[in-house]
Design a protein around this ligand. Sequence first.
Ligand SMILES: NC(=O)c1ccc[n+]([C@@H]2O[C@H](COP(=O)([O-])OP(=O)(O)OC[C@H]3O[C@@H](n4cnc5c(N)ncnc54)[C@H](O)[C@@H]3O)[C@@H](O)[C@H]2O)c1
Length: 280
Amino acid sequence: MSEIPAAEQFAGKVVVITGASAGIGSGFAKQAAAYGMKLVLADIAEEKLNTVAEDLRAQGVEVEAVRTDVSDPASVEALAERAYDRFGAVDMLINNAGIMAMGFSWEVPAEKWDAVLRVNIGGYVNGLRAFVPRMLEQGTKGWILQVSSIGGLFPSPLMSPYSVTKFGTLALTESLHYEMQMRQAPIQVSVVLPDSVKSEIFSAAKGESTLPAADAFNDALQQRADTIGITPEEHAARVFEQVAQGRYWVTAQPEAVDQGIVPRAEMIRDRVNPVLSFEV
Ligand SMILES: NC(=O)c1ccc[n+]([C@@H]2O[C@H](COP(=O)([O-])OP(=O)(O)OC[C@H]3O[C@@H](n4cnc5c(N)ncnc54)[C@H](O)[C@@H]3O)[C@@H](O)[C@H]2O)c1
């Protein structure tokens, strides 16, 4: 484990952040800027992306803002081209853009299932396909952060598309980590497990389900984020410190992992049937 502080390791490095115009992604952008990193910011929401980029440029930060749909391989490939054209290197990739869908698994419309799979998993795969070959070719120390969720450890009712993709991110990221070891590549892989962070992810999914319980659950999660959620800036600072230490498992809210992971492992080991632990 490294003891060199994040600010020292990351200063002057180039970071690509997807989903950078809101929530967790915008927090990463601000914190990376505070370390003196050069930023390539990607998001499908172009106007908001440009606002975030302009604010940072006004502070003297070098920023390339690229309207990107992470679910489209060609769009992510174009993002990689822009990043390398502008800065000549990419040292850190943060796959972060994600969306939510609420409802009973059998009632979520096929298009919505498809959208969540295409953004939350397809987007990360597209990111790896576009950037990993270039980063390997570069041959310098690099970092890949994949934002999963506490929901990638503990499945939830009424948000199965999301749970599926966040579990999938765990599998994808661990595979990638082993593959980097096989290639003896100088690229450190980390999976990020946020609990509640103040963001727009729940409000963006509001009203999509016809099921009152799904909206109520969405409201409860939004309220939890508003009250006990940490800010995206706090989240980013804690995450970057752990990444700088060389950690694979990264969480700004370790208590959420600690509380659940051993009981879950014991439940599986002892073949105990899962029981719904809350009411909606
Ligand atoms: N906020 C939380 O409490 C929380 C908890 C656990 C995990 N996460 C994860 O953190 C990540 C970021 O979520 P957030 O809470 O900041 O959400 P958010 O909705 O605030 O931000 C997500 C960003 O992704 C962008 N985006 C959506 N679809 C896109 C696409 N196709 N291409 C490019 N950009 C796209 C949105 O425009 C938005 O700016 C997600 O992967 C989410 O699953 C969030």
